[in-house]
Design a protein around this ligand. Sequence first.
Ligand code: SAM
Length: 472
Amino acid sequence: MYDPKSLKAEEFISHEEILSTLEYAEENKTNVELIDSILEKAKLRKGLSHREASVLLACEIPGKIQELYALAEQIKKDFYGNRIVMFAPLYLSNYCVNGCVYCPYHLKNKHIARKKLTQEDVVREVTALQDMGHKRLAIEAGEDPVNNPIEYILECINTIYSIKHRNGAIRRVNVNIAATTVENYRKLKEAGIGTYILFQETYHKESYESLHPTGPKHNYAYHTEAMDRAMEGGIDDVGLGVLFGLELYKYEFAGLLMHAEHLEAVHGVGPHTISVPRIKHADDIDPNVFDNGISDDIFAKICACIRVSVPYTGMIISTRESKEVREKVLRLGVSQVSGASRTSVGGYSEPEPEEENSEQFDVSDKRTLDEVVRWLMELGYIPSFCTACYREGRTGDRFMSLCKSGQIQNCCHPNALMTLKEYLIDYASPETRKIGEALIEREMENIPKEKVKQIASENLKKIEAGSRDFRF
Ligand code: SAM
């Protein structure tokens, strides 16, 4: 009953289709002729089907994996250049009525500190984030209709956008809250959100139900069909993800791509981003009790396979991963990273006392934003604080057509440089600034259109003189 165009979860993520895909991938994992033809198809940069991509993921031939990695690197360079978009999560509330067995916010956890930001707290948190240099946030909250109703989330978004501290501003708020109604998605859209992010956690229905034994999140179909409702509500940038470690990664990978194919088939636009979180230790959660943990090498292979399969979809990696792992997957396709994240409620403005832990999970990369920015530049990347696309109405298929038109280098590239310049002047340490100024000078030469280069150069001077917020 597999049907990518269906609006029913069990038809667009068909269990039978995934099983048959995995069987096909297993049978063909040494079929060099087929693997070569799939790699050739991927070189056209139009993506791969879940079946084709699953063959690449199953393949263990070292030479072919090297070819896959080289292609992922090349596609990453062609579509995203050397820009890396920066963001930070902001936890609003950890009140939650669900029973997710991997998450310390689950209802039965009686010893985690339950916290919810007041609007005054939001101001303090956002001021602290602005003072680091962040311009883009992903807001996070547990699901609790009494403590965190949609009105609360909307009020927080409003507050966040209204805070202008020194030269700071949050220019894009992405939202990661539980699956909700079309009406609520419409309200989020009207509040000016960027991407609506919702991790599927697992595409395996039976596992999903046992990993979410209680609460509204137990409903697999309601959760899986959330992106369709979000799109119906007018949100055309949506972010997918699975929590790797819960189920077999090959199953999740096929499900993830089928979800992307479904969005493309029904709404004419695929996911804006894909996140690749892995389960981490947290308050009462031990990641070792989950049997499906994946090694760093498999993790890298998954990232490379996603990159070549959905070239137009941004890929996000959080501070769940260490500096070393982040470095590896940045090359293979990741286009957005968080920096200096706190996963506690209120953790940016005040460090939490040990006995009051409200964190969702331990972070591995604990560096400051300045350190992350410098590290990226030393690796040859341009940390970008750009939020221009959605503010210029380039969302959904309009963003995709920008990618496809090859104009990214005349648009995203100068935007990245101008927002980096703002960061360097307003927030960077002297050493980071020095490295950044040299990088901007070098990278200005890589703007193809003379006219764009000239405007960008004038804008850089204006930024130096105190003006802010230029964009193409
Ligand atoms: N409550 C919302 C929901 O149900 O989708 C918001 C998402 S929650 C704040 C953000 C994400 O963190 C979850 O979707 C889950 O994938 C991830 N997460 C939960 N527990 C985790 C853990 N122990 N380690 C790593 N990630 C975790």
